[in-house]
Design a protein around this ligand. Structure first.
Ligand code: MGD
Ligand code: MGD
Ligand code: MO
Length: 765
């Protein structure tokens, strides 16, 4: 589908001068502290610190500057010279701060001292670390552990995460949701079911050997810019990239390499996508069904002629289960239904399927465009179906590759931050630490939200993140949040969640990753895992933003020590004194993955912790890779209706999740505002809307609830019919809490039913 070019035009190819300009802008505006730019040269280099932005792999032979515009932004944002001190909180009540924009909260700078909420003055007041730990422990000891939640945003190191999970279980619960519950939980649950592994099977090296990449709903130009290097190299080798995305994202259309001066000077660009298919939101199951149907049709025809066919029959026979049922469904699928559900023409899908057939090695890659749907798990399973047909999993240059979000989100799950106790070797923990770990299921993010509304969740401890801003149904959740007995936020900067607090509340400031972490006089290192199951060490060398800061690991251990009874095997102080001892514990818990952990963590390119599916060992129920017959052709949870639009909530180029750096979405040619509604000109006309007009978006989920985001500026944009776009997190009030992936409960933020209403005090632009 091509709606033609209209609306604002993107400014310049991704990665070129524009991105250098973007960085300079941030350095200026963000008041970077002296030497901050120099610190960037250590980013993602073996022996340096690992960028806290995305989870893309760090190559063994890094580029001169192995960082990108957005990684640089994320680092400079932390290395600001601005400070949000106790004096700031003396001047502002929380009621007042709740009226501020999120952006204005974070630009106050780094938090410097532990703070305790004082109900009498409605302010956060300075307190000592001891006071904070003792106060929090006193609250926790009074509560039923099952009513307490330990959330983690996927950034904290493997060492900290391990101790956090351990603390939760020693205290008595498995309520360990993490940001993954809003993100790639669809992968953790969906992929696990079909290939027996909760993570992708590819490594960085596979991108050097693939012949085609089938690329679904991931935006590398903004969210994993270092991926643009291997993508460009792949295209130069002749690899074909077929993109499925409702939005024409510039990072996938063309690219200039900022590290290639010749290209910078001549402005030559590489065309990236071989085919760019603007699928409808949630149309991926149908699109994939079309691809599979064509592959089967070609195979049937070839075999009818007596030739060998195009499927990898040996692989299918030996390694997979339920192929025939799936194939029957695909053969029976009706092209007009496929076209309608996907918004794509049969000819386009057949052409894409021919690319698949011509490629010996194929990678199926995806991001939030697949995972954040009501039937997201089925979309993931359909992508795996396509790959399995020609044995494209578990051999070089091929595989399934979910691109993870936060820099250690995959790793946090690996070392035990999970609400699913069956994924953790609890017996080994019992042996190692001499306690009885709880066995019952913990709460997912969605269940936590329900529990807060129903009053069964009494306390929320947050290791990073901005939970209240990231979750669905925010207008319901924020008032409910205050009903809790205790909230604890471990953070680098002030955000909205910290203002939405329980009866008792503490704000605990921590070191950022580029900062030096000294314990008992010795510099400590930490480690994290990328999207390719590789583990890297990271050492910070910057002077900390404040002398009062503690490391995340020291804070978690401090909380645990104050809360739990003493035990000879629970050596919190010793673990804080030497993080290498925590790595030894991780190794003892998972010897098969973490052998010689301390010895290998600074290996260039990271060390591989392994993945059975990569070796074609399938840890599924059937012992084989599973073909899945989908029950639906659209991943949307609510169908079409007159006046209904499907809203995709998007990230701009100037944000990291709920952290808004600025108001430029340069790669989409959108500047200056975030309260906008993107809609295509044909739909504008049908709705009688003018560019610049103010409108409200109303939830249209037919559940009786009123959901409104008011005062959005109508902005023409190239999108499929019936689809509108708006920014996350501003749109989160429109996502119903119950509207989530059916298998994993990941909120379905990419296909939210809405309708458009003229704004009450609308002013013509
Ligand atoms: N700079 C920066 N980097 C980041 C982040 C950030 O906010 N800023 N966030 C980090 C995190 S936590 C994550 S999870 C990742 C997120 O990175 P991505 O996975 O790229 O997530 P999104 O940008 O939310 O959406 C991805 C794409 O899905 C497309 N899309 C929407 N609906 C559909 C659909 O139905 N089908 C298909 N095929 N495509 C669809 C959108 O147009 C968009 O291009 O990035 C990480 N990296
Ligand atoms: N509608 C809609 N909703 C979404 C999404 C969407 O696409 N659409 N995406 C979802 C996704 S993929 C995700 S991952 C979640 C994100 O949800 P979260 O991970 O909870 O949110 P973030 O915005 O990443 O958290 C930012 C905050 O983390 C703190 N912080 C930053 N660095 C550090 C650090 O090093 N240590 C500590 N302790 N704190 C730190 C800062 O205080 C900062 O304000 O949102 C989800 N929500
Ligand atoms: Mo994410």
């Amino acid at each position: 589908m091509d709606n033609g070019k209209h609306g604002p035009q993107p400014q310049g190819p991704v990665g070129g001068w524009g991105s250098l300009r973007g960085m300079a802008l941030v350095a200026l505006h963000d008041h970077a502290s002296p030497g901050a730019l120099q610190t960037l040269s250590e980013q993602n280099i073996p022996g340096g610190y690992m960028c806290g932005s995305c989870a893309w792999g760090k190559p063994a032979k890094p580029h001169v500057f192995e960082f990108c515009e957005n990684g640089a932004k994320s680092t400079l944002w932390e290395l600001t010279r601005d400070r949000c001190t106790p004096a700031f909180f003396e001047q502002h009540t929380l009621a007042e701060l709740r009226q501020w924009q999120d952006y204005d909260l974070e630009i106050q700078g780094r938090l410097t001292e532990p703070l305790r909420y004082d109900p009498a003055s409605d302010r956060y007041l300075r307190c000592s670390w001891d006071e904070a730990f003792t106060g929090i422990a006193a609250e926790l000891k009074q509560l039923d552990p099952k009513s307490v939640v330990f959330y983690a945003s996927g950034k904290a190191s493997l060492e900290t995460s391990y101790l956090y999970g351990l603390f939760a279980r020693m205290y008595g619960h498995n309520n360990l949701p993490d940001s993954s519950n809003m993100c790639h939980e669809t992968t953790s649950v969906g992929l696990k079911k079909v290939i027996g592994s909760p993570v992708g099977t590819c490594t960085l090296e596979d991108f050097e050997h693939c012949d085609a990449i089938f690329y679904f709903g991931q935006n590398p130009g903004t969210n994993s810019p270092r991926f643009l290097h291997p993508l460009q190299e792949a295209v130069k080798r002749g690899c074909k990239i077929v993109v499925f995305n409702p939005v024409r994202e510039q990072g996938l259309v063309r690219f200039i390499d900022p590290q290639n001066p010749a290209q910078m000077l001549t402005g030559h660009t590489t065309e990236l996508a071989h085919q760019y298919l603007q699928v409808r939101p949630g149309g991926d199951i149908a699109a994939l069904m079309g691809l599979c149907k064509h592959v089967l049709a070609v195979d049937d025809a070839r075999r009818a002629e007596g030739s060998a066919g195009v499927l990898d029959r040996d692989f299918i026979d030996q390694h997979t289960h339920d192929f025939e049922a799936f194939a029957a469904r695909a053969r029976a699928a009706d092209w007009s239904t496929i076209e309608q559900a996907s918004g794509l023409a049969r000819a386009e899908l057949e052409a894409a399927a021919e690319v698949y057939l011509a490629a010996e090695r194929v990678i199926g890659l995806y991001g939030m465009g697949l995972t954040q749907h009501v039937h997201g798990s089925q979309s993931v399973a359909m992508l795996v179906n396509l790959l399995l047909m020609r044995g494209n999993i578990g051999r070089p240059g091929a595989g399934v590759s979910p691109v993870r979000g936060h820099s250690n989100v995959q790793g946090q799950r690996t070392v035990g931050i999970t609400e699913k106790p069956e994924l953790v070797p609890l017996d080994r923990l019992r042996q190692l630490f001499d306690f009885e770990p709880p066995r019952e299921q913990g709460m997912t993010t969605v269940e936590v939200c329900k529990g807060v509304c129903e009053g069964t969740v009494r306390a929320f401890v947050s290791l990073g993140g901005n939970f209240v801003r990231a979750i669905p149904d925010r207008d319901v959740m924020e008032p409910a949040w205050a009903g809790q007995a205790l909230t604890v936020y471990i953070a680098t900067k002030l955000n909205r969640s910290h203002l939405v607090h329980g009866r008792a509340s503490y704000l605990l400031p921590c070191l950022a990753r580029p900062e030096q972490d000294l314990q008992a006089g010795a510099a400590q290192s930490v480690s994290m895992e990328d999207s390719f199951s590789h583990i890297y060490g990271s050492i910070g060398r910057r002077k900390p933003a404040s002398e009062h800061l503690r490391s995340e690991l020291a804070i978690v251990a401090g909380l645990a020590k104050a809360t739990l009874p003493p035990h000879p095997k629970w050596q919190w102080d010793a673990w804080v004194g030497d993080y290498g001892r925590v790595r030894d514990l991780i190794e003892q818990t998972w010897p098969e993955m973490f052998g010689d952990y301390n010895g290998r963590m600074f290996q260039p390119g990271g060390f591989y912790r392994g993945n059975p599916a990569h070796e074609r060992v399938w840890k599924t129920d059937s012992g084989k890779a599973q073909f899945t017959t989908p029950t639906v052709l659209s991943a949307l949870g609510v169908g079409d209706a007159p006046g209904r639009f499907h809203l995709i909530t998007m990230r701009s180029n100037d944000q990291f999740n709920t952290t808004i750096y600025g108001f430029s979405d340069r790669l989409r040619g959108l500047e200056g505002a975030r309260t906008i509604l993107l809609i295509n000109p044909a739909d504008m006309q049908r709705q009688g809307l003018r560019e610049g007009q103010l409108v409200d978006l109303l939830g249209d989920a037919d559940d009786g609830a009123t959901r409104v985001v008011a005062g959005l500026t109508v902005t023409p944009f190239n999108l499929p019919d019936g689809c509108v776009g708006g920014y996350y997190p501003e749109m989160n009030a429109l996502v119903p809490l119950w509207y989530h992936d059916q298998a994993s409960k990941t909120p379905a933020s990419k296909g939210v039913p809405v309708r458009i209403r003229a704004h009450a005090d609308a002013q013509p632009a």
